[in-house]
Structures are given as structure tokens and as C-alpha cells.
Design a protein around this ligand. Sequence first.
Ligand SMILES: [Zn+2]
Length: 326
Amino acid sequence: MEEETDKEKEVELTAAAIDMMVMSQREWLVGVREQYEEDETFGELVRVLEEKGKCKGIGEWETQVGKKLVDKARRYTWRDGLLWYLDERDRELGEEEQRVELLCIPKGGGLRTALFREAHDSLTAGHFGADKTYNFLHERYYWPRMKVSVKRYLRGCETCARVKPSNDKKMGLLQPLPVPTGRWEHIGIDFVVGLPKVEGDKDAVCTIVDHTRRAHFIPMKKQTSAEDFAMIFMRNYFVLHGMPSHIVSDRDPRFLSDCWKAFVRKCGTGLKPSTPFHPQTDGATEKINGILGNYLKAFAMTHDDWTSLLPLEEFAYNSFKQKSTQ
Ligand SMILES: [Zn+2]
């Protein structure tokens, strides 16, 4: 049941996200076609592959263009005016070898910049680090030394420069935490504050992240009582996932304890279950919260109506590869 609810939400948001991205796709592909000729690497490959089309076999092709260029073109396909690169992906344990065709993007015409914008600073991205931005691009596109150009683009990103990671949190008092068995059983709660005020005076986001790094983003006021937060937690989290067995948060233990009491009262249970709140945090939660904090700050600073766009951000965050957090 709860899986179903999550999925429905995702389907709806995927459609919205795809609509926005597809709009300029056609125009953009025309630009890709036009730029191959000018491109240092791809221009030559296109000429070599066009020659292949005129030849009867590999032998004739080799005589025409030379073995060196035939070898160079081995991984490329020229189709409908677009150049494709055959990428052999690393095999993960138990998986079959993946061969993926990636669209080659020429250097000119601002095409790569447009992709960086989509992968790094668009509504559905959100100023992630170099690895995530690269993974996103490398799913579909290819050009030589892509990783280097991603890093160069990120160094020049003004929003990233304005939102520096904060290193002022202490990491002390770490205690080993129990290993969770199911999704959303073990969660971390954190608050990103100091965001631009919008409707209903909201100026903060509560982030709830589970151990698989799935996240919920809930807009709220920084000045929220423990009582009100219990209600927010119930409406936005508890109704979807039920009660987690373990919650870590570095919020004031008093606030968390009051919040838990209010929550139990609202549930109307006569039982006094022991609090699942733990005021310490582990390294992983800390790191994710730091990244999410920067991410949401960057997002809210650049969008006046950030609260209404927050569900889309949540979707974007969750649909990214969760393997690396940097
Ligand atoms: Zn950025």
C-alpha cells in the first residue's frame, strides 16, 4: 500500500518533468547535427563513417581512409545525421555486460553548456557535485574528457560558490547505530533554515532521509513548536511509511522529546512507547544532510516559489543515482 502511494506520486511527477525537458529537445537536436562538421574529433569521424557507407566492404573502406581511422571509428555509428558512441559499461556483480549507445555532443554551439544546465542547475537537477552531474550526463551523452569539462563547469557555477558547505558541526559522541532491515525504518531528520520567506511565512525545510538515501522534503516555518512539528511529521511522513524504529537528529533532545510526547498524544494511544528519537547522528546521515542543505539552499535562492516546486525537487533528488553522495 505505501509502495503504491510512492509510485503514483512518482509517475505524476515524472510526466511533468519530462514535459519540461522535451520542449526544446527538437530544436536542440538540429543544433547537434549542425555542429558535427566543425568539431575536431567528431567531424573527422563523421567523414570516415560517411565513406564507409559508400564502400562495399571493410577492405575497401580501409583502403580509402586507412586502418588507423577505421579503428578509431570502430565504436561509432552514424545514423540519421547523428553520431552515436558505443559505451561498454562496467559490469556490476551479477549483471550482464551493458552496452549503451550514447549521443555524441560536439563542442560548439553551446550544446554542452545547455546539457550542463540541465544536469546541474535546472529545476529537476539541483547543484549536485561533479560525480552526480557526470553520471547524469554519461547516461545519455558522450564527448571526450567529459569528466574534466564537468569539473570545469562546476568550478564556474556561481550558485555553488555562494553556497559553501558548512564545516562547523561537530562529529563527536558517535555511537554505533543498529543496522536497519527495511526502507524507512531508520531515518534521519534535519532542518535546513534561513531560506527566503514565502507563502505562510515558510522559511525552512525539514529533510527526512532513510538509510537508502531516499528523502522527503517538507516546507515549514523555522519557528515551529514541538507540538506543530509532531503534526507535520504525522501528515507528511507517518501516513506514508508508518513509524520508523530509529530516528536520528541533531536537534535539541528536549525538542525531540516534546515532539514525541505530542505525537503519542495525537495518535491517541494510551501506551507509552519508548522514544525512537536518538539525539546523536552517524557520519552518513551527517554527510547527506550537509549535501541536502546546500542543495535546498541553492534551489530556494534561485526560485521565488520554492515551496510549490519542492515536490519536484524531492522527485529529482530521489530519481538520481543514489550510489554516490558527492
Ligand atoms: Zn552549481
